[in-house]
Design a protein around this ligand. Structure first.
Ligand SMILES: Cc1ncc(COP(=O)(O)O)c(C=O)c1O
Length: 397
């Protein structure tokens, strides 16, 4: 078989026409800054915050400039100080340890299991080293959130959830971002909603919410928020919380609001694509599918599989043979990070001890994006190509 895939793995769908119209209206108004409102007007950002709070069931929501900014704001808002240690995943993306480093804190990396989630045994072993866990649901894989939250409670850990890849996912019916004290989301182009750059932070804690609003740069105009606590809460924090500007603007919020209204339908389309690839790859010799627990309702805009215990040269061969057939695979085990970095030992500013069990998993992870511009037939073709190339290299011994 020698078919070649012609699609583009980084091509997202266009912004919906309703969102384009809303963006044009904002530009016509000239009022792009979130606090630049006409008398009686509710800004696009404030409306987005209220709608996202409603969608998530959180009491409070703040829209900001990026997912990474939301994470750093969460750390500041819970009181993380320079020199503090923060537990986080050994398998995540660079903005997560980057957010920890940006507040002068030190990441303590917790291992990854073959299910691509945080290793709860390793977490239990390390929990005493910190008061805060920045939990990254990397590539959309949810840990057992009931067990994790029980462990966090037992150790008095504040949990900040990085939901950059799990907007809309659920564990036992609980929305990702709603188990921890804070949920942080990204609306950067490759995420479930696309405003180029952007982030959202949700919480039920009024002090955390008020500090986050102050941190984002509210110029004492917090009264114009529609998903923030009352003025009495701001009275407690407003003179002690620095302004670290990172607001969202009305243009991005205008683009996001129609996407939020359509989010559930989009998530269902992503999952259809995921399942087609999963079906196509199942039972490929040498390839391990990441089986999804029944308690998890995932929202997958990418696909991961494992070539566990494969020789590095063989994995490189699979990657290059697939690339030759138009299928872009990212390999987390490559000696040098390509495109983005996602492994604890790539972040040399943060000290780490080797984690052999996690290294074995990381060396075997392959990853591909599944943008909604791919049809279900495209996904079936991608799976056929991967299956053929993995099988060919596997058989070659
Ligand atoms: C796992 C993870 N967390 C956080 C972020 C940060 O999001 P942003 O790019 O909006 O700063 C990303 C972005 O790619 C991510 O992949």
């Amino acid at each position: 078989m020698s078919e070649t895939f012609k699609g583009n793995f980084t091509q997202q769908e266009p912004i919906p026409e309703t969102a384009i119209e809303a963006a044009v209206a904002v530009m016509r108004s000239g009022r792009l800054h979130r606090y630049n409102t006409a008398p009686g007007e509710e800004s696009q950002v404030a409306l987005l915050e209220r709608e996202f709070a409603d969608w998530s069931g959180a009491k409070y929501c703040l829209a900001v400039a990026s997912g990474g900014y939301a994470l750093a704001t969460a750390l500041r808002a819970v009181g993380v100080k320079p020199g503090d240690r923060v537990l986080t995943n050994a398998f995540t993306l660079a903005p997560v340890p980057g957010a920890i480093a940006s507040v002068g804190a030190v990441p303590i990396f917790v291992g990854v299991t073959e299910s691509l989630v945080i290793d709860l045994e390793d977490l239990a072993a390390k929990a005493g080293q910190s008061d805060v866990l920045m939990l990254s649901h990397m590539r959309g894989h949810l840990a057992d959130m009931d067990a994790l939250m029980a462990l966090a409670e037992a150790h008095g850990l504040t949990v900040i959830e990085d939901c950059a890849h799990t907007m809309g996912a659920r564990w036992n019916g609980v929305l990702s971002g709603r188990s921890g004290h804070i949920g942080c989301y990204s609306t950067q182009t490759y995420k479930h909603m696309n405003s180029g750059e952007g982030g959202l932070l949700i919480t039920d804690d009024e002090d955390i919410a008020a500090r986050a609003v102050m941190l984002s740069g509210s110029y004492m105009l917090y009264g114009r928020h529609l998903a923030a606590p009352g003025p009495e809460v701001f009275e407690r924090v407003k003179y002690d919380t620095p302004n670290v500007s990172g607001r969202m603007d009305n243009l991005r919020a205008a683009i996001l609001r129609p996407q939020l209204a359509d989010l559930d339908a989009r998530c269902a389309r992503w999952n259809e694509r995921y399942r087609v690839v999963e079906d196509g790859l199942r039972d490929t010799p040498g390839l391990t599918i990441v089986e999804r627990p029944e308690a998890e309702d995932y929202v997958m805009s990418s696909f991961q599989f494992l070539l566990l215990d494969w020789d590095g040269a063989k994995i490189t061969e699979v990657v290059s043979r697939c690339a030759g057939k138009g299928v872009e695979l990212k390999w987390f085990g490559a000696a040098e990070p390509v495109g983005f970095t996602s492994r604890y030992d790539s972040w040399r500013y943060a000290p780490s001890a080797p984690m052999p069990a996690s290294d074995r998993v990381l060396r075997g992870i392959l990853d591909l994006r599944l943008p909604l511009t791919f049809s279900l037939d495209d996904c079936a073709q991608i799976a056929r190509i991967i299956r053929a190339e993995v099988s060919a290299v596997h058989q070659s011994g």
